[in-house]
Design a protein around this ligand. Structure first.
Ligand code: HEC
Ligand code: HEC
Length: 468
């Protein structure tokens, strides 16, 4: 991997990391937590539209653009040539026809019921090696993501379904719990065998709220919070992913995606447009057709070579994602919620799910600048142990490392995602309890503390999570 200026900065800061870093962590942990989880970018909304609101401090001038961007997020794409100009160019291969197909009401996706097609989840795969920038190496015949759909005249890459392994475990008080783990099984493969050394990762769509704020937490803050060698001896390291920024053509801190493998919202959106829907942008001008997929290449060649997503429209989509607000915490003064919050602290959840961060400067979006926010993430990678391992490294993230996901909005999951719940990177956890019980590796002691709680205290902790 080429070492950019940023790579050098990281090493420098990592060496400098010490007392100062621990002071920052301590000050964030001590700072009071307000129910305004997104600072001034918080909305008081707890219904099915709670994740689709513009941040209130953006001002009314932004609103028409925001709604236009929202339209880009929910619009269904057609194959080219389609009836609506600027909304055609789906495929040749794809997973879904709209951003909102997977990010339901801007919330998370969920796993298909037995025998049903994948609707809001996707599968990434790679082979050992790298893509020239330290990222995963795509399969020669299928690329880096499995597309199970295609436009007329083009073969989809195949089909996939899930098989489940079931587990039973016990809380310390003897109460049993159940858990399950999915395995992806491929069928009707159109372009030959999958390589034997292939690595596979099933992913559900993350909620899309407050991402502009997270993008504006200074990289220095994250490096200060990181403790790659566990120098404070708390059993928790946490490190930043360093990934390729295809727009700036240099390495940059990773923040988005389950392995923090994407540096900016804009690149995440461009990657989603291409990888999930087959829609090209100025950032990714070529359709997604591995060299052996002839019909895909021929269909792609029929289109004019410019971006299918009109640059102005794509820009509005990115503004929309950046300016989507965070819902306010509910029932923050409820005694149970307050007790749950102290259990969340005393169980060590806050060591990764950092309650407070501060955003820094924000060029172009002053409304996102200098906010005290409560996302409950450190945006860092943590080794979560064998149970959660996917065995598929992504830049610096190993097969068992995952980015701490933000917990803001998590209590609204069912409300927003049409009654569905599915937590963790592959959506396996049907309840918040199940999600916590899968925590291993660096989070093993926190998981043990949770398992050892009384039934009443477990319920109290959950009331806190559900208030977020
Ligand atoms: C086929 C389902 C699917 C579609 C369609 C889809 N996404 Fe996603 N999205 C995902 C998944 C899965 C992830 C997590 C990716 C990962 O970790 O590898 C994700 C992650 C994201 C993230 C990062 C969130 C975070 O917290 O890090 C953003 C932003 C995003 N998508 C925006 C979009 C936009 C904009 C579109 C439309 C152009 C879109 N997505 C279309 C499935 C989808
Ligand atoms: C060592 C860091 C660490 C600690 C400590 C930790 N977590 Fe997590 N948590 C993570 C990571 C990383 C994930 C994502 C894992 C995955 O998707 O495979 C996660 C996922 C979750 C999720 C699911 C989020 C989602 O969007 O699907 C919940 C809920 C959660 N944690 C709650 C807790 C609670 C409660 C505690 C304390 C008992 C805790 N965590 C302790 C790192 C940690």
């Amino acid at each position: 991997m080429k070492r950019s200026l940023f790579g050098t900065l990281v090493i420098f800061l990592a060496l400098a990391n010490g007392a100062g870093a621990q002071a920052l962590r301590a000050s964030f942990l001590k700072s009071p937590q307000s129910p305004e989880l997104g600072g001034a970018a918080t909305v008081d909304r707890a219904d099915i539209t709670a994740f689709k609101q513009m941040i209130p401090n953006a001002g009314p001038m932004r609103f028409p653009q925001f709604m236009f961007g929202q339209r880009q997020f929910v619009s269904e794409w057609d194959p080219a040539p389609g009836e609506v100009p600027d909304q055609d160019g789906l495929g040749p291969t794809f997973n879904a026809i709209a951003c909102a197909s997977c990010h339901i009401n801007n919330g998370r996706g969920f796993l298909p019921a037995d025998g049903e097609d994948f609707e809001s989840v996707l599968v990434r795969f790679s082979v050992p090696g790298d893509d020239g920038h330290g990222g995963p190496k795509p399969l020669a015949n299928y690329g880096g993501q499995f597309q199970h759909r295609a436009v007329d005249g083009v073969q989809p890459e195949g089909n996939a379904h899930l098989e489940w392994e079931y587990f039973v475990g016990y809380y310390t008080d003897g109460t049993p719990f159940r858990a399950r783990k999915p395995k992806v099984v491929f069928s009707q493969l159109a372009f030959g065998e999958l390589p034997a050394d292939m690595m596979v990762s099933l992913r559900t769509a993350n909620p899309v709220i407050g991402l502009g704020l997270l993008e504006r937490v200074p990289a220095e803050t994250l490096l200060d919070l990181a403790d790659p060698d566990d120098s404070n001896g708390d059993g928790i390291s946490g490190r930043m992913n360093i990934v390729w920024d295809a727009k700036q053509q240099r390495n940059a801190p990773g923040r988005f995606g389950w392995k923090a493998n994407v540096p900016t919202v804009e690149l995440q959106n461009a990657g989603a447009a291409l990888g999930d829907m087959g829609v090209t942008t100025a950032i990714n001008p070529d359709d997604n057709c591995p060299a052996v997929q002839d019909a895909c290449l021929e269909t792609a060649a029929l289109h004019p070579p410019e971006a299918q997503f009109r640059p102005e429209f794509f820009e509005q989509l990115t503004r929309y994602v950046l300016l989507t607000a965070v819902p306010r915490q509910r029932n923050a003064d409820d005694v149970k919620v307050m007790q749950g919050r102290s259990i969340f602290y005393s169980s060590g959840c806050v060591q990764c799910h950092m309650p407070t961060l501060k955003t820094g400067d924000s060029e172009g979006f002053p409304e996102l600048a200098n906010q005290t926010i409560h996302p409950f993430t450190d945006l860092l990678l943590h080794d979560m142990g064998e149970g959660l391992e996917d065995g598929r490294p992504d830049y610096l993230a190993s097969g068992s490392e995952w980015r701490t996901p933000p917990l803001w909005g998590i209590g609204l999951t069912e409300t927003v995602s049409a009654g569905q719940q599915g937590y963790l990177h592959d959506g396996r956890a049907r309840t918040l309890e199940e999600a916590i019980l899968w925590h291993g590796g660096e989070a093993k002691s926190a998981q043990r503390r949770f398992r050892a709680l009384s039934k009443k205290d477990r319920a109290v902790l959950l009331s806190f999570l559900k208030s977020l």
